[in-house]
Write a protein that binds this ligand. Sequence first.
Ligand SMILES: Cc1cc2nc3c(=O)[nH]c(=O)nc-3n(C[C@H](O)[C@H](O)[C@H](O)COP(=O)(O)OP(=O)(O)OC[C@H]3O[C@@H](n4cnc5c(N)ncnc54)[C@H](O)[C@@H]3O)c2cc1C
Length: 480
Amino acid sequence: MPVAQESIESGVVMDCSAMQSLIASLLRIVGPKGLVHGADLSMRLSGKPQRAEVLVRPADTGEVSAVLAACHAAGVAVVPHGGLTGLVHGADSGPDEVILTLERMRRIETVDTSQRTLVAEAGVVLEVAQAAAAAACLSVPVDLGARGSATLGGMVATNAGGNSVLRHGMMRDNVLGLEVVLADGTVIDSMNPLVKNNTGYDIKQLFIGSEGTLGVVTRVVLRLLEAPCGYGTALLGLPDFACTGPLLRRLDQALDGRLSSFEVMWPEFYRAVSTPPAAGRPPLSHDHGLYALVEASSRVPEHDEGFASILSELMEQGLIADATLANNERERQALWALRDDVAQLRHAGPLVAYDISLPLADTGDYVERLRGAILARWPAAHCWAFGHLGDGNVHVAVHVPDLSSDDRQVLDSLVYSPLQALRGSVSAEHGIGLEKKSWLGISRNPTEIALMRALKHALDPTGVLNPGRIFDLQRSGGQR
Ligand SMILES: Cc1cc2nc3c(=O)[nH]c(=O)nc-3n(C[C@H](O)[C@H](O)[C@H](O)COP(=O)(O)OP(=O)(O)OC[C@H]3O[C@@H](n4cnc5c(N)ncnc54)[C@H](O)[C@@H]3O)c2cc1C
C-alpha cells in the first residue's frame, strides 16, 4: 500500500512510487552530483525549516529546464533556493516538494566595462558580484547586510532593497535583463543589456519580486555604476522625529544627489546596540530623541570637507543636535556595524521582526502608538524600531515573553492593521512568502490580487512553482 504524504502548503498528496520514479528521472537529468536525497538530505536539512524528498542541484539552464518539465509532468511542487537569507519563509518546503537550488550555477560570465553591465548565473552570491565589479572599478548598485550569502537570483525574486535604495533603487531599478525558466520548463531568454528598450511589455519586471512563483531565475544582466572614490558617513543625534523630514530634504538638496543612505534608529534600538554586551563605546550619548546614520558617496575624492560643513549648517539650524563623522574606512565600518547589529536584540529572547513602510509624515506617530499598544497589552515586552527611513521603510522587532500563537495574531494585527488607512505596506522589502499572506489584503486591493492570481494561472496553470507563497491558489478542488 503506497504511503501518502501531504505537503505543508500545496495539499498535494503523492504516493511513494510516483515520487521514486520522479527521483529516477531527476537523477538522469542532473547526475549523481546534482541530486541529494535520503540520509544525506536529512542531514543537510537538519535544524532547518525545510523538508523534501529530494533536492536537485542543476549545473546549467538546460538542466533547470528539464527538472521543471519533469516536476510539471509529475504534478510535483518545486521550491527554488538561493542563499536562504529570505526573511518571510518563502523557501520553506514540505515533504512532497522538490527543492531546486542554484548553488552550482555561480558563474560570472562577463563584466562589460563599456556597457557597464555584469552578466551572471543566478546562484552568484552578491559579495562575489560586488568583488567582480570592484575589480573593474565599478560597483553593484544594491547592497545589503546578507551580502555574504544572498544570491542574485534570490535578490531578483524578492526585489531586494538594502542600504542605498534612496540613491540607486531596488533590484527592480537595476536589473536590465533576465533568463527565466517557466513552470513547464520553457526557457525565456530576456537577457536585454540595454538601458532603454521600450519594445512591448517589460517581461523581466513580471518576475522581479515574484518570489519564485512565476519562474526560476537562471541568469541576470545587472546594471553597474562607477565605483565611488569616497564616502562621507556620519552618525547624527536628532532632537526628535519631527526633524527627520526637513533634515532629509535639506541634506539631499545640499549634497546635490549624493545622499545614498538615511538610516534611522529609535533610542531603544541605539541603546541596545551601544551598551554592553554590545562591543565598543557609544559614539553619541544616549539622550537624543532619534539617531540617523547618513552617508553620501562621491566620485570625487575631495568631498569630505563639504560634507562636514553641510552637517555644521544643519546643526546651526537645529535639525541636528550632535554628530560624529567617520574619518576613515575603519570608522565608517564601525558606524555601519552599529546599525547592522540586530543580533544584540536577541539577548532579550526570541524576536518577531516586521518590515513595513508608510509615508514619512505618519511614521513617528505610528511607531509611538504601536509601542504604546504593545506595552499596554504585554508590559514586559520590548519593541525596537530602526530602518531605511529615507525610503519610508521601518523595521520593527518585538520580544513578547512566552508569545503564544494567539498573542502572535494580536501582535501582527497591532502592527499591520493601522497601515491600511495610511496606505502603508506590510512588506517594504522582504516580500510576502508564507509568513505574511494573510495580511496581503492590507496593502493590495481585491482587483490587484485577482490580477496576480490571473498572472500566476497564465504562467503556472498547474501551480507547481512555490505554491501557497504570496497567496493561496484557488482551485475547483479547494485552495492550494
Ligand atoms: C542580515 C540580513 C540582512 C538583510 N537585509 C536586507 C535588506 O537590507 N534588504 C532586503 O531587501 N532584504 C534583506 N534581507 C533579506 C534577504 O537577504 C533578501 O530577501 C535576499 O534577496 C534573499 O536572497 P537569497 O538568495 O537568500 O534567497 P532565498 O532566501 O534563498 O529565497 C528567497 C525567495 O526567493 C525564491 N528564490 C530564490 N532563488 C530564486 C531563483 N533563482 N529564482 C526564483 N526564485 C528564487 C525562494 O523560493 C524564496 O521564495 C536581509 C537578510 C538578512 C539575513
